[in-house]
Design a binder for this molecule. Structure first.
Ligand SMILES: Nc1ncnc2c1ncn2[C@@H]1O[C@H](COP(=O)(O)OP(=O)(O)OP(=O)(O)O)[C@@H](O)[C@H]1O
Length: 865
């Protein structure tokens, strides 16, 4: 044997040597034949390519190093890069380095193509009204589920050439491999037992060696399956999360509209995106392998059993499958429904905790801990009850499942595996041929034993595959629950994005989302409202509440406007319509195209502070990379802070501009508002809508802020109830007029008509003041008289009467209360006179005042706020 193998080895070496010699000779002869010039040129080409490759490698190394440095910087400044093709490059910390990730935004066309899947599902799917799953559509394994899953698959696996498709193919190959290995193991098992019974030591040992080798391959295959399953799950999640983020956070402001206008997914979008999506992806990836494997197992093992046991056994097997699955189906609780309800309650519980964290300070001031605990406990109890109900239903089901699938099927399997022994005529070809083959070796009994072991193992594997299949069917219906949640989220987002609100029932409800007929014009140099009703929207399909019947006004560059009026009259609503948060139900709204630089900027009533560094707070919504693109430096930021009197802020923190804090809690109310004005000065828009943006700022600084903004060329549209701000504006829009409070008045500040109106009101106040003086005199008279009465009464005679105005509030008569009110009015009027005189000084007696109101009549009324 040894001599044979040495001989074989030397023959192989000789063959390799001959092969090398042949090709070396061939190259040499070719070289000999080539001219000197060709050789020289080839040598030069070789040198050039070596130099070029070296240079390429050097550049690549340099680029990588620069990239790494940039990555570190971007991670530190919490920023990213915008690429020319619209994608973004972000760097994320990875071990002790940074990893570069390029994120491509979903194309508009993709959204449009998918809209059909999510908004117009086929009638058969049971997703009734053609938009989103109707409340009657129960989550479960049905046609609706198939449609939902296939729609989501078109996002998760967009192309056959995508990474996800490759991963799925890899997973399929591993699954097939595992099934094949199971088959080989079953056969080997039988052989080992046969050899053991026959007392054949050599074959038995060889069998053991094969067993160990198979074990290694099988273990590797199993861990590969787990690994690929994880990869598939992450890949699915990445695709879906990016898709949802692109749909949720875009210029259409869907993140606002989905909660405030649509309401299709309630308030727990976070639960949908963070929890349900993760569970869905894990379940989908797991299902592919755990349903795919038993399925392949069942097909292959059944075929093998058919060969060994014949058609009779196979028919028996199928009848057993059908009978047991129909029984189990009847016994199964509504897994999908339970999962969907549980996920919804989990979402409510989570969002309550989120609210508590976001409003901790306010709640703490009110001492509302107990009340909040009550809310939380209530929702948790509901969650607990739902879970308990679910587990109870499951326990019952699992008991029957075990009984039928594990023990029933095993007993049935033994019976079938005994067929070749007791009823050889009924068993298949393999069963009949095998005894003959074994007889040749003189081991009929052992042949039977081997067959029995093989069949039994197949049977057990089959039972195992069946059990897993049944378990997976249960998981499938849980997956249906998550699928329905994710599908609902995406279809709701599509509906909001496309503003696709069909008319329902009898027709449009007035000012519902299907009754939006107005136009929003972007790209106008100014702000214009033409016959626009201001409507507070209701959740679809309800109609909204009209706040202002029809608003018409125009603000051009330099025409600073002050909007005033009582609370809740719709001042901020105007900003919401202009910003595109609320629909333009009728008429025309014109506004600058962009938000921010050279466009329009809105400062909301509650200042928002983002996560990130101090720098991020000033430049929000820009990032550090945008700041660099705009060639702004930290010096510029410092200048901006100087202007709003926050120059001390960077020095307060060790990391200065890179300091990271919970800014919401670190800054005071006034500081937050000044920081918001700093943002305005950083972005320098042409128009700024400031909604009560300086209410917490001291009045001396407030004036400076307004003047600075104006000097920077920003046209201000201010919402405020502070009359003192009038002097910084040219026009005023007063809301809440008329008997029903739905009329308005727009006019130039300081015009003769406005002054006339102010004077009329002042004279009214003066008249009331005179009345007050008369009442004062009368009051003094009464007090004097009373004092005399008391002296005569002799009890408190020496008590001096309290001077006017020092009476205890509880002792005031109605008349006195009225007098005090009049006095307050008087002081307010005096203040207004001051303001008015200021405005007059600024504008002189200007003409051409615009006066309109909701009914379109000329208006002479001016309301002093
Ligand atoms: N998201 C919303 N959905 C529906 N109605 C809303 C919404 N936000 C506000 N409203 C309602 O719209 C009306 C006008 O609100 P708005 O915020 O414009 O008042 P405002 O005049 O700015 O009051 P304030 O001076 O108190 O700020 C209010 O009755 C309010 O309840």
């Amino acid at each position: 044997m040894a001599a044979q193998s040495t001989l074989r080895q030397s023959a192989a070496e000789e063959a390799i040597a001959a092969f090398i010699d042949k090709y070396t000779e061939l190259i040499r002869s070719k070289l000999r034949k080539t001219s000197k010039t060709t050789r020289l040129l080839s040598a030069l080409a070789l040198v050039a390519s070596i130099i070029l490759a070296g240079e390429g490698a050097r550049r690549r190394w340099k680029r990588k190093r620069a990239e790494r440095e940039e990555g570190r910087k971007l991670v530190r400044t919490n920023s990213w890069l915008h690429n020319k093709d619209g994608s973004r490059t972000i760097f994320v910390p990875y071990r002790d380095r940074t990893a570069k990730v390029v994120i491509h935004s979903t194309k508009r066309l993709t959204f449009e193509a998918h809209r059909r899947l999510f908004l117009s599902p086929p009638k058969k799917s049971g997703l009734a009204d053609g938009t989103v799953p109707s409340p009657e559509t129960k989550p479960g394994v049905n046609l609706a589920f198939l449609h939902q899953l296939s729609s989501l698959l078109s996002i998760m696996v967009p192309r056959w050439t995508s990474k996800e498709a490759a991963l799925l193919m890899g997973l399929s190959a591993s699954l097939m491999m595992r099934t094949y290995l199971s088959l080989v193991v079953a056969r080997l098992d039988g052989e080992i037992v046969r050899d053991l019974m026959a007392g054949n030591g050599k074959l038995f040992l060889w069998g053991l060696v094969k067993w160990c080798g198979l074990g290694g391959v099988a273990t590797y295959t199993n861990s590969m399956i787990k690994f690929l399953e994880g990869k598939v799950s992450i890949a699915f999640r990445t695709r879906l999360t990016r898709y949802i983020h692109d749909l949720y956070l875009n210029d259409n402001l869907n993140y606002y509209k989905v909660h405030n206008l649509d309401g299709g997914v309630g308030l727990s979008t976070d639960q949908f995106i963070t929890h349900d999506l993760t569970r869905f992806c894990a379940a989908a990836a797991n299902l592919y392998s755990s349903l795919g494997k038993p399925f392949v197992d069942i097909c292959i093992f059944n075929y093998q059993l058919y060969r060994s046991l014949g058609p009779f056994a196979l028919t028996g097997l199928f009848s057993a499958y059908l009978a047991s699955s129909s029984i189990l189906r009847r016994l199964a609780p509504e897994f999908a429904q339970q999962r969907a309800t549980e996920a919804q309650t989990e979402g409510e519980f989570r969002s309550l905790h989120g609210r508590l964290m976001a409003n901790a300070e306010e709640i703490a001031f009110y001492g509302g801990g107990e009340r909040e605990k009550g809310f939380l406990d209530g929702v948790f109890e509901l969650l607990k009850d739902r879970k308990a109900l679910m587990y109870r239903a499951r326990a019952r089901y699992i008991m029957f499942e075990d009984l039928i699938v594990k023990y029933g099927w095993s007993a049935y399997g033994y019976a079938l595996a005994s067929l070749p022994v007791f009823l050889p005529a009924w068993s298949g070809a393999h069963g009949k041929l095998e005894p003959a083959a074994q007889a040749e070796k003189g081991g009929r009994e052992r042949g039977r034993m081997k067959n029995f072991i093989f069949n039994k193992r197949l049977m057990l594997s089959l039972a195992d595959a069946g059990t897993r299949m049944i378990y997976e069917l249960k998981d499938l219906s849980e997956l249906a629950g998550y699928t329905s949640r994710v599908y609902t989220l995406i279809s709701t987002l599509h509906r909001v994005h496309a503003c696709a609100y069909p008319v329902k029932g009898m027709g449009n409800e007035l000012y519902s989302l299907s009754d939006v007929q107005g136009t929003m014009q972007r790209g106008f140099d100014g702000v214009r409202f033409e016959n626009v009703p201001i409507v507070a929207p209701s959740l679809w399909p309800n109609g909204g509440d009209e706040l202002i019947e029809s608003l018409s006004m125009i603000v051009r560059s330099g025409d600073h406007l002050l909007i005033s009026g009582p609370n809740g009259v719709g001042k901020s609503a105007i900003a919401r319509v202009l910003a595109g948060l609320w629909p333009v139900y009728r008429g025309l709204v014109s506004r600058p195209k962009n938000n921010g630089e050279d466009g329009i900027m809105f400062l909301p009533q509650r200042p928002y502070l983002s996560i990130g560094t101090l720098r991020d707070q000033v430049i929000y919504p820009d990032g550090a990379a945008d700041m660099r693109e705009k060639h702004r430096t930290e010096r510029d930021l410092q200048n901006v802070l100087d202007l709003v009197h926050l120059d001390y802020l960077p020095n307060r923190f060790e990391d200065r501009w890179n300091a990271r804090k919970e800014w919401k809690d670190v800054l005071s109310g006034g500081e937050k508002q000044r920081l918001a004005i700093a943002r305005l000065l950083y972005h320098q828009p042409k128009y700024a809508f400031i909604d009560e943006g300086t209410s917490a700022v001291s009045s001396d600084v407030e004036g400076l802020l307004y003047e600075t903004c104006k000097q920077k060329g920003i046209t201000l549209i201010t919402i405020s109830t502070r009359a003192s701000l009038k002097k910084y504006h040219r026009y005023s829009l007063t809301l809440g007029l008329g008997p029903y409070g739905n009329e308005w008045d727009f006019q130039r500040i300081g015009t003769p008509s406005e002054k006339m109106q102010a004077e009329r009101e002042l004279s009214e106040l003066r008249a009331r003041l005179e009345q007050v003086e008369a009442w004062k005199a009368r009051h003094a008279e009464i007090v004097r008289e009373l004092a005399q009465v008391w002296v005569e009464g002799g009890e408190d005679g020496d008590t001096a009467p309290l001077p006017y105005g020092e009476t205890e509030p509880s002792q005031k008569t109605d008349t006195e209360a009225e007098e005090t009110q009049d006095e307050a009015d008087f002081h307010e009027a005096q203040e207004m006179m001051g303001d008015e005189t200021d405005a007059e000084r600024r504008h002189g007696t200007s003409d051409g005042a615009e006066m309109r109101n909701s009914t379109g009549r000329e208006s002479g009324s001016t309301v002093i706020v």
